[in-house]
Design a protein around this ligand. Structure first.
Ligand code: UDP
Length: 381
């Protein structure tokens, strides 16, 4: 399985979910493959530390700056994407396949096929809705997928459905969920988790954690609103703004500054030790207000054997069976979230059981080994 020569292409070099998933995939193919990034950053260091060969291109800043939601601007960037396609085509010489891990990477890689590069697989990890993608961006990407991609790997049924609804050819689609190694979670001792609490000065209080980049649609504000009426509860906000959403951070900070929340909101920034921080929590919440394409943090919360409360939309409903392997609440509903947090804190037996059942579900359906096999099978022969 690991002998294929794949050029993995990603425009981003930050540590987002799509990049962390690529790290696991590229590690499996590292003897024969390489990662090609449009820009340099923390992701390159992670890849290289895992022994993966990386090449960093010099992308024109306009490619990096253009937003998925932008309209006509997308057209203006096309000439620079065409130039980038040249760099992708030359980097892809001698490889069997290009795997494009982001939309920008896919557009450049699809254009590269006009310049003699190998077949392209688009690994689509976003729900192509009007909320996040302008109509022009969707049309360009879907047209290129239908005409230039040999496969579209999607990270959930929800992502696949949105691609088809946007005009994508159904026969291209293969669902491959994210996979996880449980070892980093399994080896955390209760003492290590306790140490995190000690460092934060929150020994014997109920702790709820949200582990997502700070972004409006990730909905951290919903958690802050929910715990306003739960005076004992502390919140850990883990993650930082990865894609320039500083305004939202300012907004969150002012929400957290209300007297009812004084001393109860802990800003942890980006953490490299998510498993131990999750184990320091009583409950993990996922608060996205828009449909989540997959939601790695949901499965990670399950692997930490903590009850996970997630919003019932997108890929999240493929991960959690409500009241069996976790809890689902409506997106954007702080009252429902507060009620569910309270229920779980008041009923420790149920909370522990949900954690255990979630763990089983994560180990059974989202083990890295199984997912890597599914991924390999989804590639064109
Ligand atoms: N994450 C991390 N450190 C942080 C916050 C998040 O390593 O401080 C990781 C988290 O463990 C998860 C990923 O970032 O693996 C986020 O993936 P998810 O699918 O939840 O969201 P995305 O960023 O892809 O929208």
């Amino acid at each position: 399985m690991k002998q294929r020569k794949i050029l993995f292409v990603d425009h981003a070099a930050v540590l987002g979910g799509a990049e962390l998933h690529l790290l696991d995939i590229a590690t499996a193919y590292k003897e024969t493959s390489r990662v090609f990034l449009f820009t340099d950053g923390a992701f390159r260091h992670k890849l290289e530390a895992a022994g993966i060969k990386v090449r960093v291109a010099q992308a024109n800043q306009s490619i990096l700056n253009v937003r998925a939601s932008s309209g006509l601007e997308a057209f203006k960037v096309l000439p620079n994407l065409w130039k980038m396609a040249g760099q992708v085509a030359s980097a892809a010489r001698g490889f069997d396949l290009i795997h494009a891990n982001s939309q920008k990477a896919f557009v450049a890689s699809a254009l590269a096929t006009f310049r003699g590069s190998p077949p392209v697989v688009w690994h689509l990890q976003d729900i192509l809705t009007a909320k996040h993608f302008s109509s022009i961006n969707r049309r360009i990407a879907v047209w290129l997928a239908n005409n230039c991609a040999t496969r579209v790997i999607v990270n959930s049924e929800a992502t696949g459905k949105a691609f088809v609804a946007a005009g994508g050819r159904e026969e291209l689609v293969r669902v491959v969920y994210n996979g996880f190694d449980s070892t980093p979670f399994d080896r955390i001792t209760p003492e290590q988790a306790q140490q995190i609490r000690t460092q934060l000065g929150i020994k014997d209080v109920p702790v709820v954690g949200v582990f997502s980049r700070l972004s409006y649609w990730k909905g951290q504000h919903i958690l802050l609103e929910a715990i306003r009426k739960l005076p004992e509860v502390h919140a850990l906000l883990v993650g930082e703004a990865l894609f320039g959403e500083e305004e939202y951070v300012t907004e969150l900070k002012s929400l957290a500054a209300v007297p009812e929340l004084a001393g109860r909101v802990h800003w942890l920034g980006f953490r490299d030790d998510v498993p131990v921080v999750m184990k320091a929590c009583d409950i993990i919440v996922h608060t996205s207000t828009e449909p989540e394409p997959f939601g790695r943090v949901i499965v990670e919360g399950m692997l930490a054997q903590r009850p996970v409360i997630a919003t019932a939309a997108g890929g999240a409903i493929e991960l959690i069976e409500d009241r069996v392997t976790g809890r689902l609440v409506p997106p954007g509903d702080a009252k429902a979230l507060a009620k569910t947090i309270k229920e779980l804190l008041d009923d420790r037996t149920t909370a522990i059981d949900l954690g255990k059942q979630g763990y089983k579900q994560a180990k059974t359906n989202f083990s890295l080994e199984t997912i890597l096999t599914t991924f390999d099978r989804a590639l064109p022969k």
